[in-house]
Design a protein around this ligand. Structure first.
Ligand SMILES: [Fe+2]
Length: 448
């Protein structure tokens, strides 16, 4: 018997749902425009790293997916640009090849996404939002909002890889609260409901809700900080094979790693480059731009390990007073600015110990927002998984090649982040906004 919120939305009724969709689409497009208007046309067409597409590819791809799913499928309308379907199919062209394609230029791409959006607003007025799984609770619209937000985060990572003067600007995040926090919290053994069957815009890989038992474990109260990670560097961690898995050691040797990506030495100080700013590495901020292998090696050096995906989700969602799994660590309310560092509101993680209003019942902080957190789990389907609405969304990525990341980063929008949300990537990836926290199993004595 699973225990989660029955229908978690404040949005009730057809008109309210349509208004909610329109608001989310517009809010999301503002962010895409901000990311692409921040640089000139030449910069939009440039490839800043072989890991990334030119920004102008992301922009037109956002429009292309919206056209396929909303204009053609949900709306049953005529195609806008059937001639470019192939150019913007992520499965046809790896990122490194995309600059060579005959892509739409910046002006054409902007016109194209605008045309598609006008059609979507037009059809949103009349299309039924029930009677077919793709449109129930406006799912297809939610999927497209999340898709655009995910590409916005990818574009933000491209901005981080771009050389040159700062192009993006934002307020600094809030400080840590000055109350001393314990280094780790304990989550007692027992079952909890993982995944969701009720969250209207949850994606196929988050479904269905199912009960799992988790043994007692300890989890770091906050993500591992730059200061803590620097101690691992200073202790020679990158040169000591004993902390690394065979794959991790091969990677660290081949890539000649000695610190997180974007760090460099200036005399005896560590500096970093962040969206065009060069600054000393702040000791109290969660470490980011580390691969899974670096996160796992640090954890071994610290006498700990990475949490499993189950442990992470139990810490983030389980409410022992009700026995129910929440949508978020703080409860069922959508994330607000006091809960978590999301949505590119700030261009960096907040210091460890910030966001007291976002604390989970177990006492862990910053599980949502700030940095994506590597888990020790590879990406697998939940029992009862069915691919929806297409196999390429999740199913083709299941298997041992991808590690699961949880919780979202400062660059993840609230529409694309919740307690059940699962992200995945290769264990060598470092350009994404990823950090981690450590866990450990409890000894018999500690369990009592
Ligand atoms: Fe995409």
């Amino acid at each position: 018997m699973t225990a989660e919120t029955a229908h978690p939305w404040a949005v009730q009724g057809d008109d309210a749902l349509r208004a909610h969709v329109a608001e989310e689409l517009s809010r999301t497009r503002q962010r895409s425009a901000q990311l692409t208007d921040a640089v000139d046309d030449e910069d939009l067409e440039r490839q800043h790293s072989p890991l990334m597409s030119p920004l102008v590819w992301d922009l037109a791809h956002i429009g292309s997916q919206e056209e396929l799913w909303l204009v053609r499928d949900v709306g049953g309308r005529e195609a806008v640009r059937p001639d470019i379907d192939d150019l913007y199919d992520a499965f046809q062209h790896p990122r490194s090849d995309r600059p060579q394609l005959p892509l739409l230029g910046p002006t054409e791409a902007r016109e194209y996404v605008g045309t598609v959006r006008t059609k979507v607003f037009d059809l949103l007025d009349g299309v039924p939002l029930q009677g077919r799984r793709l449109v129930d609770n406006a799912f297809a619209f939610g999927m497209i909002v999340q898709h655009e937000q995910q590409h916005d985060e990818t574009m933000l990572a491209t901005h981080q890889l771009r050389r040159g003067e700062p192009a993006l600007h934002a307020e600094p995040p809030p400080p840590a609260d000055d109350r001393a926090l314990p280094a780790e919290i304990v989550v007692p053994a027992g079952p909890f409901t993982m995944g969701t069957s009720t969250e209207p815009w949850a994606l196929d890989n988050e479904r269905p809700a199912h009960d799992v038992r988790v043994e007692a474990f300890a989890l770091d109260t906050t993500p591992v900080t730059n200061g803590q990670f620097q101690r691992f560097i200073d202790a020679g961690g990158y040169r000591q094979q004993q902390w690394w898995s065979p794959d991790g050691w091969a990677f660290v040797q081949r890539a000649e790693l000695e610190a997180p990506r974007f760090w460099f030495r200036d005399g005896d100080r560590w500096m970093r480059r962040r969206f065009g700013h060069v600054e000393p590495v702040p000791a109290n901020e969660p470490v980011m731009h580390v691969s899974y292998h670096e996160a796992a090696a640090f954890s071994a050096w610290a006498g700990k390990r990475l949490p499993t995906e189950r442990e992470w989700e139990k810490a983030a969602r389980f409410d022992p007073s009700s026995g129910r799994s929440r949508r978020y660590p703080w409860g069922d309310d959508d994330p607000g600015p006091d809960h978590a560092n999301l949505g590119q509101r700030h261009l960096r993680p907040a210091p460890a110990g910030a966001y007291p209003h976002g604390e989970a019942p177990c006492g862990a902080r910053q599980l949502i927002g700030d940095v994506w957190e590597w888990t020790s789990s590879d990406f697998r389907p939940y029992p009862g998984f069915t691919a929806f609405p297409y196999r390429e969304y999740s199913e083709v990525f299941f298997g041992p090649d991808h590690q699961v990341l949880r919780g979202g980063s400062f660059g993840t929008d609230r529409a694309a982040c919740r307690g059940t949300f699962r992200n995945w990537d290769y264990p060598i990836r470092r350009q994404i906004f990823t950090g981690f926290r450590c866990a450990r199993s409890l000894s018999r004595d500690e369990i009592g």
